[in-house]
Design a protein around this ligand. Structure first.
Ligand SMILES: *Cc1c(COP(=O)(O)O)cnc(C)c1O
Length: 376
């Protein structure tokens, strides 16, 4: 046996190293120290943990998708340009003509590309916390430093703290989820203006939950010198598809596009998006229905003993359980009843908080009945 052969290097005692030992000496130490992003696996029961749209697509749309998939040649690579899909996305989502567009395999991929494009090792990525965990993870994956600026105790943006942190850390990238995940609030436009004015690098306005909110930065996507607007179709009914888009001034988009893996949007995703966007009204109607159910669920939750509900502009509610049973105990009790919501055991700022995605009226009724029972 050749000692230099990869995978056969001997350990100190002469035996060949195991795969675990080889990995432990080769994988980056900071990656070894990470725990993998937790994705739920249970698919029975009531799923209110991932901000998915609970309504399926009607037959007319499913038939259109089937026909589009059947007509798609899978033996060919995707085309280099997505002109038809670009026009459809612009028309469906109000992307201004003069904004450039970049498509991603979900908006997660676009978050990663932005960090890669802007950050050299050691550069700073900044966002309020708690916010979307992928901002922090993407920064780490690409050897950038993540600075989180705590929200106020009421989960509002702490603008003076944000501006001070921007001055102190000179971040290459600032991520703002508007509305914010997991707190649900929508930062005021004038606070965002102040952050844009202070930021030395790029500000990404992540509008994943915009379909459930008032207001959008999309009309200004071409005109801001240091901002881009990020969107996804995941929260409006197409989470399984993996499609997101980044709109902004052409000089920014052209640079970020250099890092995009070729063919990151596959032919089926393109075909399905084109088919679904011809029926965009269906998605709009479902989003409106979910949004209309938000206040009612918030009122019912807030009427439970020890429960406070944070105001939300998104398709979820953040509720704090500070009665006899804390958030983790309530989370477990719901899980036993096969009702899945999201808890944040690792984050002290979100102690006793559960994030509950909006579901169907029946799902809301089942949730409230279970909580009444659990909280006695
Ligand atoms: C869910 C979410 C995304 C991820 O969207 P995908 O397109 O599914 O990758 C991005 N940003 C925020 C703030 C989110 O909550």
């Amino acid at each position: 046996m050749n000692a230099a052969e990869p995978g056969r290097r001997p350990a100190a005692d002469g035996r060949a190293l195991t795969a675990a030992e080889r990995a432990a000496t080769t994988i980056r130490p900071d990656i070894l120290a990470l725990s993998a992003y937790a994705v739920g696996h249970e698919d029975d029961g009531i799923k209110l943990d991932a901000m998915e749209n609970p309504y399926g697509l009607p037959d007319v749309v499913r038939d259109a998708i089937a026909a589009a998939a059947r007509a798609t040649p899978l033996n060919r690579y995707p085309a280099g340009r997505h002109d038809a899909l670009e026009s459809a996305v612009r028309a469906a989502f109000g992307v201004p003509d003069d904004a450039a567009l970049l498509f991603g395999n979900g908006s997660d991929e676009l978050i990663s590309l932005v960090v890669q494009a802007c950050c050299s090792p050691g550069d700073t990525v900044l966002s309020p916390v708690p916010s979307f965990v992928m901002f922090d993870m993407s920064a780490r994956f690409h050897h950038a430093r993540f600075v989180g600026v705590p929200l106020t105790a009421a989960f509002e943006l702490d603008l003076p703290a944000m501006l001070a942190a921007i001055r102190a850390h000179r971040p290459k990238v600032v991520f703002l989820a508007v509305p914010n995940n997991p707190t649900g609030g929508r930062w005021a436009d004038d606070a965002i203006e102040a952050i844009l004015a202070a930021a030395p690098g790029l500000v990404v306005i992540d509008e994943a939950y915009q379909p459930f909110a008032d207001g959008t930065w999309m009309p200004r996507a071409a005109g801001l010198a240091n901002a881009v607007v990020l969107r996804t179709v995941s929260k409006i009914g197409l989470a399984g598809l993996r499609f997101g888009y980044l709109a902004g001034p052409a000089p920014w988009i052209a640079e970020i596009d250099k890092l995009r893996p070729p063919y990151n949007v596959d032919v089926l995703t393109e075909a399905v998006m084109l088919a679904v966007l011809r029926h965009k009204a269906v998605l709009d109607e479902q989003a409106a229905r979910l949004r209309a159910s938000r206040d009612g669920l918030a009122r019912e939750l807030a009427a439970l003993p020890g429960v406070t509900v944070h105001p939300s502009s998104a398709n979820f509610l953040l509720a704090r359980f500070s009665g006899k049973m804390g958030g983790n105990a309530v989370h477990q009790a719901l899980k036993t009843r096969k009702i899945r919501v999201r808890a944040f055991p690792g984050d002290p700022a979100l102690r006793d908080c559960l994030r509950i995605s909006l579901g169907t009226p029946d799902e809301h009724a089942a949730l409230i009945a279970a909580l009444r029972d659990i909280l006695g």
